[in-house]
Design a protein around this ligand. Structure first.
Ligand SMILES: Cc1cc2nc3c(=O)[nH]c(=O)nc-3n(C[C@H](O)[C@H](O)[C@H](O)COP(=O)(O)O)c2cc1C
Length: 210
């Protein structure tokens, strides 16, 4: 499928074929493509919790206004931002091997660590900055996930996530991970959501000045 086809055939699924199962390999292939998403300093803030277990999916459905498509989807996926994403420990994990392989030198490594440390200190000192940062990353990641899924023959629907505290408790989500949104995934039923009206480009894009 070429890119134009991919973006025009992706719709938010209205409903899914119940009992269509996705394999672990299906998910792996989607996530292998998704992991190429960009992130500030390549710190990779986005995490996923894939819920395939029927009982757990039903519990998630109860906590999310009983939305039927959570029941029929092969999985409901919670997209989460890692609030500790910019910490030095994570940076070392990502940049350490590059230093070892001599892809960057000692000076570049030390400078990068310093910059990231300062970046993290700013984020930790300002909760709204931190929230914006993880939301930004989760949004970019989730879109790539949905396109990767479509490219591999699966349909998705992005959704809000509700009752976050209860969801956190139900699925033992650690405190550093913030649920941002949910994606249901599976095989769409034949009925396709018509492509809703999209604003013409001139209405949402300006050049050089507002
Ligand atoms: C944050 C977010 C939450 C959404 N929540 C729902 C939802 O709860 N149920 C649903 O059917 N679609 C949901 N959608 C899908 C939108 O309705 C859909 O993207 C929009 O109508 C455009 O359709 P398209 O994605 O097929 O182009 C959501 C989309 C986003 C981005």
């Amino acid at each position: 499928m070429d890119f134009q086809q991919l973006i025009t055939t992706r719709h938010s699924a209205i409903n899914f074929i119940k009992d269509f199962k996705m394999t672990e390999d299906d998910f792996k292939r989607i996530f292998e493509a998704t992991k190429s998403a960009p992130s500030a300093y390549n710190l990779q803030y986005t995490n996923y919790l894939v819920i395939t277990d029927e009982e757990k999916k039903e519990r998630l459905r109860e906590l999310n206004f009983d939305q039927y498509k959570i029941h029929t989807a092969s999985a409901a996926i919670i997209v989460m931002g890692d609030k500790s994403g910019a910490e030095k420990f994570n940076a070392e994990k990502i940049y350490g091997p590059m230093k070892m392989l001599k892809m960057i030198d000692e000076v570049d490594y030390d400078t990068t660590m310093e910059v990231i440390e300062k970046f993290n200190a700013d984020l930790q000192a300002n909760p709204s900055l931190l929230t914006n940062e993880i939301m930004r990353h989760a949004g970019l990641h989730a879109m790539l996930f949905m396109l990767s899924a479509k490219n591999l023959g699966f349909d998705t629907c992005p959704m809000h996530i509700h009752n976050i505290d209860a969801v956190r408790e139900e699925f033992s989500i650690p405190s550093n991970l913030e649920p941002v949104m949910m994606i249901t995934i599976g095989k769409s039923v034949d009925k396709e959501r018509p492509r809703g009206y999209r604003k013409p480009v001139g209405e949402f894009v300006q050049f050089n000045n507002y």
